[in-house]
Design a binder for this molecule. Structure first.
Ligand SMILES: Cc1ncc(C[n+]2csc(CCOP(=O)(O)OP(=O)(O)O)c2C)c(N)n1
Length: 370
């Protein structure tokens, strides 16, 4: 078939990933990429990854102890999130799905405010999206790709230099919203970076049943912009790839789709039992590629990290876990009227009536001594 004009052959698509750090923590030679990170940046990246892992563990523990209704762990995906997040400017916006605890923490969102969402204390998480430039968690998959694309188009029309990052998983790429977002972003040359954390499964559905495409990155070509496949467990590779994509977006050269090839070490959510669909061999394979130990080995080999620094981060992580636990365990409901605030800037008549009915009901209960 080779040589026949007009045929695009899936088998010609490159499937290797961009990698800067080998699993043993040594550098890959001649990648053509160099991370412009100073010692303090490298240590900060390590710190974010370690703190996110500890906060995440606390989320899982609290759910197992009945303090949260459900929780969606990110363990294993720290490099994809922290590497990408580190390439953004403070004013750029992030549109997360429901597994972006590390990115949220980089935006100074208290993990407690995310866990309240999983406790059911509050419907969309308890942070101010404008203050943190971090939108609400999104449970309907792929919808946030549209929000990111729409936001980026608006930023472009406003003449702002803001970049939007839309985060989703491999499963989300089968949704219509994903394709609509990619298409519209391409047509408008929108300043958006799409980050697909390909963690191999959409709940129990493996990637091989999700798509027949050779990679997810290649899908970008169909919409007229570049796709990049990166080792999602290599934080330096994730950083340089995201940095290039963010620069392209900011300079007016349109979107990029990043496929960060990684693995979800934990369950899809605490309601899931991954032993039903994953083998121990698979777990062992990916366990050996753990993003934090790989980066830690690199920092040790380069003499960048000391035991003292590691201990300091460890102590901070313990304090964070204690703080999360203290805020979540036994946290009561929020005041009922909050259900009606923040819905519309001008509440509709129906909403006002519903609010009035709720107050009536609550007052009735009080009178009955409930
Ligand atoms: C529109 C929509 N359809 C179905 C679901 C049910 N659902 C929840 S998570 C999930 C799989 C998502 O997998 P992926 O996009 O790979 O993200 P991951 O959970 O692996 O991070 C599905 C189908 C949903 N939340 N939203």
């Amino acid at each position: 078939m080779e040589g026949r004009r007009g045929i695009v052959d899936p088998s010609s698509v490159p499937t290797e990933t961009i990698q800067l750090l080998k699993p043993d923590g040594t550098l890959v030679p001649d990648t053509g990429y160099e991370a412009d990170l100073k010692k303090d940046d490298l240590l900060e990246i390590y710190r974010y990854m370690a703190l996110a892992r500890r906060a995440d563990l606390e989320g899982t523990n609290l759910q197992r102890q009945g303090e949260l209704g459900v929780y969606t762990p990110l363990i294993g995906q720290e490099a994809a999130q922290v590497g990408t997040g580190y390439a953004l400017d403070e004013g750029d916006w992030i549109f997360p799905s429901y597994r972006e605890m590390a990115l949220a923490m980089m935006r100074k969102i208290d993990p407690v405010d995310i866990l309240h969402l999983f406790r059911g204390t509050w419907h969309g998480g308890m942070w101010d999206p404008k203050e943190h430039r971090f939108a609400m968690y999104s449970v309907p998959i792929a919808t946030q790709a549209l929000h990111a694309a729409g936001f980026a188009i608006a930023a472009k029309l406003d003449g702002a230099k803001t970049v939007a990052l839309g985060c989703f998983g491999d499963g989300a790429t089968s949704e219509g919203d994903f394709h609509e977002a990619m298409n519209f972003a391409g047509v408008w040359q929108a300043p958006v970076v799409f980050l697909c954390q390909n963690n191999q499964y959409a709940i129990s559905l493996p990637l091989s049943k999700q798509t027949a495409a050779p990679t997810i990155a290649v899908k970008a070509i169909g919409y007229g912009f570049p796709g990049v496949r990166v080792d999602g467990n290599d934080v330096l590779a994730c950083y340089v790839v995201a940095q290039e994509a963010v620069r392209r977006a900011r300079e007016g050269n349109g979107p990029t789709l990043i496929e960060a090839v990684t693995f979800r070490i934990g369950p899809h959510s605490t309601a899931d039992d991954p032993t039903r669909y994953r083998t121990q061999d698979e777990m062992d394979h990916w366990g050996a590629l753990d993003p934090i130990s790989r980066f830690s080995k690199y920092l040790e080999l380069e003499g960048i990290i000391t035991d003292e620094f590691k201990q300091k981060v460890d102590d901070e992580a313990k304090e964070l876990a204690t703080h999360i636990r203290a805020e979540i365990v036994g946290a009561g409901p929020r005041p009922a009227h909050e259900l009606f605030e923040f819905v519309y800037s001008e509440p509709s008549d129906i909403l006002r009536r519903e609010e009035w009915l709720l107050y009536e009901e609550l007052a009735g209960r009080d009178e009955e001594g409930d």
